[in-house]
Structures are given as structure tokens and as C-alpha cells.
Design a protein around this ligand. Structure first.
Ligand code: ADP
Ligand code: MG
Length: 597
């Protein structure tokens, strides 16, 4: 009898499980599945990220659904569009032998009418983000009044993202008798509150230890201006020549962007995120394990499977949205009894988040400043000297020695060393000699020229149910921007303000041209007191057809656009010390030689 069979799963599921190649159930699956199959109960299940929670609720849910009824019987709420799609996909895989079972994903940023149509065709299971689900209910596009099960997946993350009120309201549209299954990586107060308020005598399952920071990881944060994030990252790498690290970004886009820039600047870097095929991901992981890649830039979701010891540094390029994700990130280093460092690059406004993280991990952060050019040069010099010392001599060059000796015979050893290092080091030195101090304090004196000071007016506000946070969520989602790109969100009763860099202005104005929400026009204008040359140019031509909605094409267009053009050439001057630098090549050849020996 197969281990999954023992849990009580039916033949259709077992076949699908076999197809997926799952051999044994994970602990959270072993503990949750029999309970959920045998009992009609509420459940709170706590297990770390990556432990297979989706199947822990997905398998029993599928088995309990009546595929012959087209009614919606289960609702799964999940915090983000990505997770929503991921869960939907998983459920589809699990239920592939249950022909009449339909799962529909419901999330923002895609056509609500298409989603409604899919539900109308009969969706026994809906997987939804809270915001869009609310919309659906309000517009009577989905009926969850007779569901038997409601799953709150990644509950901690949903609450961290401020979805409490949405969840509460959604649940009020479900029947009292339904069973609620809550899955979460951690159990902060807020999750306990949900369990208490909306669940009846839930059975509790905990797998592994609750998330605590690993004690042999030290935590550091570095204050920088937002626009200096990338340069700060490079310096952290340059100041740690032996770095073997995972760099976490919040979005796939940032992950790809940062990795590309690092590669372009001559670092051994690669991206790991969900847009890569399984094959590509395997290749990346293989190069990482074999240390060909020193800097792996990853999203949280993609990094789940990383089981590499010896990682020296975890770098939080941005803090995660869900503070508790920080624990998962920092847990990638300091494994197998080794020491590790978890670094966070933050802007001033995020310092309070550090305090929250400190409370959760019960460890203090050390505030450090980004190493300056001198420090980095010193470190790199010593590193190079050390490498030379450790290098095994390659005797292939013996035949050329007499000639070389002759060429260099007039120099003392001291002079030779100086010359040798100068050859290797001048580019590095030149770069860093001119490099500004990146710590936020000193850079703060410089006004942020055209960065983030384009202010907009938008005609929705608290009357429309927005607070600064949900408005920011709405804007980031609609515009496909990062949360860091939108700031100073200030909601008034019937209108609000927010800021972005000027480079986003075209995108924002075109997105909100003829834009309707619930039948109402949402209008965005650049505020008048802004001395902007674009003055009355609000009505801009949309680049593509249909809705002014941004698509991937729009993104590419923007890249070559008017405003980014300037920034790109600026960036070009800012090439790292490594690009074309000889020290890197020499280092590599030293390594190659060493590994040959
Ligand atoms: P969580 O929700 O706990 O973070 P997921 O449900 O997303 O974790 O699962 C993480 C990964 O593990 C997924 O790729 C999933 O397909 C895989 N997985 C889940 N259960 C098993 C299992 N029993 N055997 C092998 N792989 C599994
Ligand atoms: Mg999950």
C-alpha cells in the first residue's frame, strides 16, 4: 500500500499523485489529510513555507467535492495573484482524473467578466485573492452562499497585507456550517484572532518548530536612498569577495532586472524565479551548487527549494511584504552549524519594519553603513594577495621565465608587487575613488533630483473604501509597478494623492485614461503646484488598444521611452568596477588553475 493510499485518498487522486512524482507525503500532509478526510472540522495547520501545504488541503478538498454538482462548493483565499494562480494550477494537476471538476482563479489585474463567465460555467472550487473576491461578491458575479469549505491559505501573509476586513466581509457571505481550514507558516496574534473569531474549535496542527530566527545568523541593515539600492548591493558584494549568496527581491521583474545588471557588471550572478522553465531553474541551481554562481537573485517562491549549505550571505534587496517571510529568507544561511549574515538594504521609511522583524525573530539588527570605496579596495587587495599566496604555480610558464625575468630584472620585489597590483587594481581603484558615499545620511544632503517627486491627484479616497495601503495596493497592481515605486500616498475623503518618479508618469496617465472602476471613471492628474513641463498634457495617446491597461508590450515600450532614455545613459557611466576589469579575469583564472590542481 502506497503511503498516500494509507492517508485515505481515492484512486483518481493517487493516480495524479503518481504522475506528479510525489513519493511520500510531507509531514503536514500526513497530519492534515486524514483529519480533513475523516472529520468535518475546522483546522489550523502551521508549517513552514515549502512543506507542501497546498496538497495538504488540496487533496482532501478535491475528494470531498461533489463533481456532479456545478455549484461552488469551496473557496480558497490566498494573498497574491501569483499564489492564486499557483494554487489553481496545483489543484488542476491534482484533479486531472476528476473530469467534471472545475477550478477557477479569481484575481485582480485581469478581466473580471472573463472570470465571472468561467464561474458561471460551473466552478466547484474558486481560488481567489481577497480584493477581487470582494468585487465579485459585490457585483453578484459569484455565489459562495452554499460552500462547504473555505480555505485561508498563507493566512499570515494575507493579514500582513491588510486583508483582514476583506476576509471578514467575504466570510460573512458564506454559510455558518461551512468548515474553515487555515494554513499558515507562522502564527502571529492576528492569525490567532482569525482562528478565534471565525472558526469553531479548530483542530491545531503544528509541523516543525514555529519560525524563530536561526541563532548563528547575524542580522544587519544598511540605510540607503531608494535609488542607490543597486549600487549598495554591488558594494556589499565587492566588500565580501568570497560571497556565496542568495539575494531576495520582491517581484519576478526585480529579480530578473537585478540579476541582469549584475551579470552585465561582471558578477557571477543568475536569476531564479517562476517565469523560468523547470529546466532553466535546474540549470541555475546546478551552477549555484557548484559555485559557478556566487550571487543567486531569487524570488521568495522560487527560493523555497534551495537546500544549499554554506551560503555565506542572504541579502534582502528589498524587505519582503510579509515580514515573516524574512525568517524563511535568513534561514537560507547559517545552516549546518555554519555562521551566516542576513543583510537588509532599506530606505529610511522602512526602519520601523526592522523593529517589527526584530520582535518576530527575537534578535537585534546591527545598523551598518555601506562600505566606502577605500574599505572595498583594501578588502579586495588583501583578497587578491591571499589568492596569490594560495595559488599553485603553473609550471607551463617556465619556458618563458628567462625572457620575463630579463624584462623585469631592474625591479625590486617590492616594486614588482606594486606594479602587479596596479595592473590588477587600477580600474577597481579608479571606480571606487570617485564613488560617492552611499549611506543614506550623507547622500541625503543631495536633493533627489526628479526622483519620486511627481505628485498625482486621483479621484478616489476613503469614501470609496481606500486607505493609503489599499490604494497603494490598487495602484501597484493596476500599474504593474513595485510597492517601492509609489509613495507618499495620502487619502482624503473623496480624492487622494501619491508620488512616483517622473519616469512612470506616462504609464500612469495612460493607464488612467478612460479607466472605469465599478462603472465610475477613475481620473489621475499630475498636481498643479508641480512645476512640470507636461502641464496640460494629461490626455495622452494610449500606446496600445483596449483599456489603457499595461501589458508586457507596454513594458518594453517604456524601456525605450523618453524618460528612461536619459536614465539609461546615466547608468552607463556608472558601470561597475568589474566590467572588463582585469582583476575579475585573473581571479577566475586563479580559480580555474586551483581547481585543476
Ligand atoms: P507551501 O504551501 O507549504 O509553501 P507548496 O504546497 O507550495 O508548499 O509545495 C512546495 C513544493 O513541494 C511544490 O512544488 C509541490 O509540488 C511540492 N510537493 C508538495 N508535496 C510534495 C510531496 N509529498 N512530495 C514531493 N513534492 C511535494
Ligand atoms: Mg502555500
Amino acid at each position: 500500500m502506497n503511503a498516500f493510499q494509507k492517508l485515505g485518498l481515492d484512486a483518481d487522486l493517487l493516480k495524479a499523485i503518481e504522475d506528479m512524482g510525489f513519493e511520500t507525503p510531507s509531514e503536514v500532509q500526513e497530519k492534515s489529510i486524514p483529519i480533513l478526510l475523516e472529520q468535518e472540522t475546522d483546522l489550523v495547520s502551521l508549517a513552514q513555507t515549502g512543506t507542501g501545504k497546498t496538497a495538504a488541503f488540496g487533496f482532501p478538498l478535491i475528494q470531498k467535492i461533489d463533481p456532479n454538482s456545478k455549484k461552488t462548493q469551496a473557496l480558497i483565499l490566498s494573498p497574491t495573484r501569483e499564489l492564486c494562480l499557483q494554487i489553481t494550477n496545483e489543484i488542476k494537476n491534482y484533479s486531472k482524473y476528476k473530469k467534471s471538476l472545475n477550478v477557477v482563479a479569481v484575481y485582480g489585474g485581469a478581466s473580471i467578466t472573463d472570470q465571472a463567465r468561467s464561474i458561471e460555467r460551473g466552478a466547484q472550487i474558486i481560488v481567489a485573492t481577497p480584493g477581487r473576491m470582494q468585487d465579485m461578491i459585490r457585483r453578484r458575479l459569484a455565489n459562495i452562499s452554499s460552500i462547504g469549505y473555505c480555505v485561508l491559505d498563507e493566512a499570515d501573509e494575507m493579514l500582513n497585507m491588510g486583508f483582514y476586513e476583506d476576509i471578514k466581509s467575504i466570510l460573512s457571505h458564506t454559510p455558518k456550517e461551512k468548515k474553515t481550514w487555515l494554513f499558515s507558516a507562522t502564527m502571529p496574534k492576528e492569525v490567532a484572532k482569525i482562528a478565534k473569531k471565525f472558526m469553531t474549535d479548530p483542530i491545531e496542527i503544528t509541523v516543525g518548530s514555529k519560525n524563530k530566527g536561526t541563532s548563528n545568523v547575524s542580522h544587519e541593515y544598511y540605510l540607503v536612498n531608494h535609488r542607490n539600492r543597486y549600487d549598495a548591493l554591488k558594494r556589499l558584494a565587492d566588500a565580501n569577495p568570497e560571497i556565496f549568496s542568495v539575494i531576495f527581491c520582491r517581484t519576478k521583474r526585480d529579480t530578473q532586472k537585478v540579476a541582469e545588471k549584475l551579470i552585465e557588471d561582471g558578477y557571477n550572478a543568475a536569476a531564479l524565479h517562476g517565469d523560468l522553465s523547470q529546466n532553466q531553474r535546474d540549470l541555475v541551481m546546478k551552477s549555484f551548487r557548484s559555485r559557478q554562481i556566487q550571487m543567486l537573485v531569487a524570488t521568495d517562491v522560487a527560493a523555497r527549494g534551495i537546500d544549499v549549505d554554506d551560503i555565506t550571505h542572504v541579502i534582502n534587496y528589498q524587505l519582503p511584504d510579509e515580514i515573516e517571510t524574512y525568517t524563511h529568507r535568513s534561514g537560507r544561511t547559517g545552516r549546518a552549524g555554519k555562521n551566516g549574515v542576513s543583510m537588509v538594504i532599506i530606505s529610511k521609511s522602512e526602519v520601523r519594519k526592522i523593529r517589527t522583524v526584530e520582535k518576530i525573530i527575537q534578535q537585534k539588527f546591527e545598523e551598518k553603513s555601506i562600505p566606502d570605496g577605500k574599505e572595498i579596495c583594501k578588502t579586495q587587495l588583501f583578497h587578491l594577495a591571499n589568492d596569490i599566496k594560495k595559488t599553485e604555480i603553473n609550471h607551463d610558464i617556465d619556458p618563458y621565465l628567462p625572457t620575463i625575468n630579463e624584462a623585469l630584472e631592474d625591479f625590486t620585489k617590492e616594486e614588482l608587487i606594486k606594479k602587479f597590483f596596479s595592473v590588477e587594481f587600477t580600474r577597481f581603484y579608479n571606480y571606487y575613488e570617485k564613488a560617492p558615499d552611499l549611506s543614506s545620511e550623507s547622500a541625503g544632503g543631495r536633493p533627489e533630483v526628479s526622483e519620486g517627486n511627481t505628485r498625482y491627484f486621483i479621484n478616489v479616497g476613503s469614501k470609496d473604501g481606500y486607505d493609503w495601503k489599499s490604494l497603494k495596493d490598487f495602484l501597484t497592481e493596476e500599474l504593474n509597478l513595485d510597492r517601492d515605486d509609489i509613495f507618499k500616498v495620502d487619502t482624503k475623503a473623496s480624492f487622494s494623492f501619491f508620488n512616483t518618479d517622473e519616469k512612470h508618469a506616462d504609464l500612469i496617465l495612460s493607464t488612467f485614461t478612460d479607466y472605469q472602476q465599478n462603472g465610475r471613471f477613475v481620473n489621475v492628474e499630475i498636481t498643479k503646484d508641480q512645476k512640470s513641463e507636461r502641464g496640460g498634457g494629461r490626455r495622452r495617446e494610449r500606446s496600445g488598444g483596449g483599456g489603457g491597461r499595461r501589458n508586457s508590450k507596454g513594458f518594453d515600450d517604456k524601456k525605450g521611452g523618453k524618460f528612461s532614455g536619459k536614465r539609461r545613459s546615466e547608468k552607463r557611466d556608472d558601470k561597475g568596477p568589474r566590467k572588463g576589469g582585469r582583476n575579475k579575469n585573473i581571479e577566475n583564472s586563479i580559480k580555474r588553475r586551483r581547481s585543476k590542481a
